[in-house]
Design a binder for this molecule. Structure first.
Ligand code: NAP
Length: 305
């Protein structure tokens, strides 16, 4: 499978910087061009060598690229797609890393010229950090990249894009687009909303002082705060664009929370014990699948660039 010769990164934050570093680690020699909204981000990206050239506009950044990757918040995708459409090279591949797939496909698809291969994607890898200096080459290692081809996506273009993500360290899976949104709602979007809520609750409890919340934070709460520190723009856009699936999962969550609330009220220890035993098994399965380690986490080790 031939490698891409020129990759354009639109948006130069966590995802784009990790893609650039992982490409170089994999020995890819493609020219990398890019753009971001602010001059500060563009300058940093050039200075630290994430890109060979930066441009003020996305239209300039995509000129001559055979792979364009949209690495911006979901809500910014449509405007950018419209802007770059007339400047895309014939038969180039355009993909994205957005956390929601149906809304992004509907926002970008109609603007794509004939002959361009538009294939939505979502690397299931990230951190709560943002910006061009937050990326690291190992971000995608052993993480799943879900590619959600459209019914008319070109088979060879999908294979080539899959090979690209595999070279970056990902395990690649093709997934139907609406199913992706439901899966993402269960394993990523709703957990983020719950973390935001729990931290909001602690912040709003006037019987517990803020210093107590900060100083005595137990490991579980600290994990919630890490998640709840994620980029507000990105996550606002996720919930605005994955409404149905998130609401469906939240409905289930609320029902189960009420069942546990009742168990606490009536002292049904067996119910709780069985429930917590089942959830512990899920944790074991994740570790067995190599998606996390068993080590106690007293603060994460900073990943190497
Ligand atoms: P990020 O670090 O905040 O970076 C976003 C980048 O997009 C920044 O460079 C920003 O430029 C640029 N940008 C925003 N609006 C723009 C516009 N209108 N035109 C041009 N550039 C624009 O975000 P990220 O974490 O890399 O996330 C990017 C995408 O990846 C999102 O769609 C998100 O859903 C998806 N994703 C994120 C994660 C995660 O854990 N973070 C995981 C998987 C997928 P400035 O710096 O100048 O503002």
């Amino acid at each position: 499978m031939s490698q891409y010769k020129h990759v354009a990164l639109i948006g130069l934050g966590l995802l784009a910087s990790s893609i650039s570093l992982a490409m170089r680690r994999a020995g890819m020699t493609a020219r990398i061009t890019g753009t971001a909204r602010s001059k500060a981000t563009r300058d940093t990206a050039l200075e630290i060598g994430l890109v060979d050239a930066v441009f003020e506009s996305a239209a300039e950044a995509v000129q001559g690229a055979d792979l364009v990757i949209l690495c911006v918040p979901v809500g910014a995708m449509e405007t950018l797609a419209k802007e770059i459409a007339p400047h895309l090279a014939e038969s180039c591949t355009i993909t994205d890393v957005g956390s929601v797939k149906r809304a992004v496909a509907d926002a970008i698809g109609p603007h794509m010229p004939r002959g361009v291969h538009f294939i939505p994607g979502h690397p299931m890898a990230g951190t709560e950090k943002s910006g061009p200096e937050s990326g690291f080459a190992a971000l995608f290692d052993n993480r799943w990249c879900l590619i959600t081809p459209l019914p008319d996506s070109d088979h060879d273009a999908v294979e080539r894009l899959s090979a690209f993500w595999t070279a970056l360290g990902s395990n690649v899976e093709l997934m139907e687009i609406d199913h992706h949104d439901l899966v993402a709602a269960v394993i990523s979007h709703t957990p983020h909303l719950i973390a935001y809520t729990m931290v909001g609750v602690a912040d709003g409890m006037n019987k517990v002082a803020k210093t107590e919340v900060v100083n005595y934070s137990a490991a579980g709460f600290r994990d919630f705060t890490r998640i709840a520190a994620s980029d507000p723009t990105m996550w606002r856009d996720v919930f605005l664009n994955n409404k149905d699936a998130t609401l469906e999962v939240l409905g289930r969550f609320t029902e189960e929370l009420l069942a546990l609330q009742r168990a606490i009220r009536i002292g049904d220890g067996d119910f709780m014990f069985d429930y917590f035993t089942r959830t512990r098994d899920i944790r074991r399965s994740i570790i067995d699948a190599g998606q996390d380690t068993d080590a106690a986490d007293f603060g994460r080790i900073k990943p190497e660039k």
